[in-house]
Ligand binder design. Structure first.
Ligand code: ADP
Ligand code: MG
Length: 309
């Protein structure tokens, strides 16, 4: 199983939920998706897109209507148990057990997975998620962020090669979010394939090397983040002029995004025009260019383009 290329291979996946007497709520409409081994993968999409449904199928929490899923090379229909063991899931909602401290909780879970004492990695995992100091703390003494990290630790107890996180930072403040990102990155560096769902595009851009965008049960786009952004046919430039801009001078094939006195922001498609043409046209309209800057394309722009806003 070590020579597999993809951590997960999904083929023609469909999930229809029952609504009334018929199975006509199509949460997943039948698409293929591969998740490369060792990557940090972001599953993006608006609310109701089907993200949770998909990962719940991967984790064995929801039964697919049809299609095939291979986890770490194992078809979930052939060997449900081993496929499931290859994944650790961090659910969106957190329920903490009031009776166990972090150390006890992880030990208990290791026991549930049948991991022998000498093979357990309790200390290592607690240190990794920054909870070693709190290993004997009462659950009620743990902050929200610590509870989330405890959930990540719990999902790692059986040392699965794949970790799935459903909206790991939803409703979490910025500082804590950055800390969680560090923890997740660290796990990925150590070789864990990480799959997370998020509706924070900044998070996906920051963390993920591959993404898939799903919308209304369909796969809209998937690929390497850098490649996707490079191929995106949209550029934005900010130009400082020597005088106030008049809208009748908008250069051909550009869209005016904003005007603030003599500073304008323009977007254009590189297949239709280029920076040279844009600046020449401004010059021809009797503006002198004082300064220009180009913005890096953000995942957000790509996302808006794909989902039509
Ligand atoms: P996301 O996680 O992307 O927000 P979900 O996967 O939770 O989306 O939901 C996808 C669609 O399937 C939504 O329209 C949702 O209402 C529907 N859905 C999810 N779970 C169920 C269920 N148990 N029964 C009926 N419909 C469901
Ligand atoms: Mg969800």
């Amino acid at each position: 199983m070590t020579n597999i290329k993809n951590a997960i291979e999904i083929t023609n996946i469909k999930k229809y939920f029952k609504s009334g007497s018929e199975y006509n709520k199509k949460a997943l409409k039948g698409f293929d998706l591969n998740i490369p081994k060792g990557c940090m993968f972001g599953l993006l999409g608006p609310n109701g897109a089907g993200k949770s449904t998909l990962i719940n199928i991967l984790c064995g929490l929801t039964i697919k209507t049809s299609g095939n899923v291979k986890i770490w090379g194992i078809d979930i229909d052939d060997d449900h148990r081993n496929a499931k063991n290859a994944i650790g899931i961090v659910p969106q909602e957190f329920v903490t057990d009031p009776f166990f401290d972090p150390m006890e909780l992880l030990e208990m879970h290791a026991g549930l997975y049948g991991i022998k004492k000498q093979n357990r990695k309790t200390e290592e995992i607690l240190k990794l998620v920054g909870l070693w100091e709190q290993r004997h703390a009462y659950p009620r003494q743990l902050s929200g962020g610590m509870k989330r990290r405890l959930l990540i630790a719990k999902a790692m107890v059986h040392q699965p090669p794949i970790l799935v996180l459903d909206e790991p930072t939803a409703g979490v403040d910025i500082e804590l979010r950055k800390q969680l990102w560090d923890n997740i990155r660290q796990l990925n560096k150590m070789g864990t394939t990480v799959i997370l769902t998020t509706h924070y595009l900044e998070e996906a851009q920051e963390l993920c090397d591959y993404i898939a965008v799903i919308d209304d049960g369909d796969l809209i786009k998937t690929g390497n983040v850098k490649e996707l952004l490079k191929n995106e046919n949209q550029k934005t430039i900010t130009v400082s002029l020597d005088k106030k801009f008049d809208k009748k001078h908008i250069p051909n094939y550009t869209d005016l995004i904003s005007v603030k006195n003599n500073i304008i922001e323009l977007s254009f498609k590189p297949t239709e025009t280029n920076i040279g043409n844009v600046l020449t046209e401004l010059n021809n309209s009797n503006y002198n260019i004082q300064d220009i800057s180009t913005q890096e394309t953000k995942l957000e722009d790509l996302f808006l383009q794909l989902t039509n806003g």
